[in-house]
Design a protein around this ligand. Structure first.
Ligand code: SAM
Length: 472
């Protein structure tokens, strides 16, 4: 039976409830009166239930769809301003014992080179990432208890945080590793991770079992209940996502929001982020073999409806998407993007020879971080390298309450401007510097509190003198 408070996956991601939701949404997709009511509720900026959001996703009234996009854009502006946080993935190892049919790291793939970075190789990768200007990483590994035990991940996190090269530092390490035990989540928390990210891949249990035919990941309930164990282990910033293309997007959308409702109901805090990856071509993977691929219009609608349904949840888009697609969804709700990414094990310090490629999937945005930063500013966004919240203990419900009170504007914009200034001083090309300095001067005026504005001015001068890592 559907029960968001239950800790059993079959109850909080209840198949019958999703099927009824989809039927309700289909039946009401032209119901102007109901859609207006839902939009009115959404304008209160307190979010929507999965049923309400599913109706908006299905809505095919052109004028109402325009209202949905406009509202998503407004909510994005109200909660995130024009800041976009930047990060890069770091693949530690592609050894994997699972059989995920969409991923080239599946255990039966005998020709993909298997690689695992040593601590010295991690050091080289991190120096290369710091030299690009990155401050925030997402660690990625395959699942392999022998080759990638938790001790290896913990040691790697320690290595990464310890490297201080020139003015560089990695200040936040998010972790995207397979579902694990409460004890291991506790260890990750103690190692100082930011967000624990785990994609559900698909919420459709029957499909999940077929798409993960072998290995520990085959256990749907263990995977789906991972965020509960992470929360029990003390990690209160968790990142959800589905891999769009595997199953019907309408089903996934409802499942994703039910997962958020479950976390909110049981732990008082929904997911910190939601990612929206789409299946990509990879070593022995042809995305066309999956029947549920979605086009760019549907993708944009999903982003807008997630934005409206969970206004306090950050949204992440990776370099799986090309520049044009990223441009389209940025204003509809995305708050974090990756830049200058490599999806291979190693490859930042020294590019991998093509014939020995260990990459997980093809990247569609091959621009450098500097090009991405420059492009964002050209569109009026403020690229941010901020990592302040979790370092100041603003995680879980403390982050959410700050966000809900609107006070985040007095922290986030100043932190964005100060970290952008660091980037400009240490890593940017001349054109990016010129655009960035101008943008900072314009944006300082937008900081609501006068005293904060003065402090930011002083700190920007300090940054010019070589001081680093100021934060609110
Ligand atoms: N191994 C970990 C796990 O099982 O959750 C997570 C790390 S994996 C490197 C990160 C994510 O990449 C997966 O959760 C999956 O959604 C995504 N992925 C796998 N194959 C992909 C493909 N062909 N195209 C796009 N994304 C893919």
């Amino acid at each position: 039976m559907y029960d968001p408070r239950s800790k059993c996956a079959d109850d909080f991601i209840n198949h019958e409830e999703i099927m009824e939701t989809l039927e309700y949404a289909e039946k009401n997709k032209h119901n102007r009166e109901l859609i207006d009511q839902i939009l009115d509720k959404a304008r209160l900026r307190k979010g929507l239930s999965h049923r309400e959001a599913a109706v908006l996703l299905d809505c095919d009234l052109e004028d109402k769809n325009q209202e949905i996009y406009a509202l998503a854009e407004q909510i994005k502006k109200d909660f995130y301003g024009n800041r976009i946080v930047l990060f890069a993935p770091l693949y530690l190892s592609n050894y994997c014992v699972n059989g995920c049919v969409y991923c080239p790291y599946h255990a039966k793939n005998k020709h993909i080179p298997r690689k695992k970075l040593t601590q010295e190789e991690i050091r080289q990768e991190v120096i290369a990432l710091q030299d690009m200007g990155h401050k925030r990483l997402a660690l990625e590994t395959g699942e392999d208890p022998v080759n990638n035990p938790i001790e290896y991940v913990l040691e790697s996190i320690k290595t990464i945080y310890s490297i201080k090269h020139k003015n560089g530092a990695i200040r936040r390490v998010n972790v995207n590793i397979a579902a694990t035990t409460v004890e291991n989540y506790r260890k990750l928390k103690e190692a100082g991770i930011g967000t624990y990210i785990l994609f559900q891949e698909t919420y459709h249990k029957e499909s999940y079992l077929k798409l993960h035919p072998t290995g520990p990941k085959h256990d749907y309930n263990y995977h789906t209940e991972a965020m509960d164990r992470a929360m029990e282990g003390g990690i209160d910033d968790v990142g959800c996502g589905v891999l769009f293309g595997l199953e019907m997007y309408r089903y996934e959308f409802a499942g994703l929001l039910m997962h958020a409702e479950h976390l909110e109901a049981v732990y008082g805090v929904g997911p910190h982020t939601i990612s929206v990856p789409r299946v990509k071509r990879a070593d022995d993977i042809d995305p066309d073999t999956f029947d549920n691929g979605i086009d760019d219009d549907t993708f944009a609608k999903i982003v807008a409806c997630i934005r409206i349904a969970v206004p306090y949840t950050g949204m992440i888009i990776s370099t799986r998407e090309n520049q044009k697609c990223r441009e389209r969804v940025l204003h509809l709700g995305i708050s974090q993007i990756s830049g200058g990414s490599r999806t291979s094990v190693g490859g930042y310090a020294e590019p991998e020879p093509e014939e020995e490629s260990s990459e997980q999937f093809e990247v569609s945005d091959n621009r450098t971080l500097d090009e991405v930063v420059n492009w964002l500013m050209g569109m009026g966004y403020v690229p941010s390298f901020c990592t302040a919240c979790y370092r100041e203990g603003r995680t879980g419900d403390r982050f959410m309450s700050l966000c809900k009170s609107g006070q985040i504007q007095n922290c986030c914009l100043p932190n964005a401007l100060m970290t952008l200034k660091e980037y400009l001083m240490d890593y940017a090309s001349p054109d990016t510097v010129e655009k960035g300095l101008k943008l900072i001067q314009e944006q300082i005026k937008e900081i609501p509190r006068e005293r904060t504005r003065e402090i930011v001015q002083e700190r920007l001068i300090e940054i010019e003198k070589g001081n680093r890592d100021f934060r609110f």
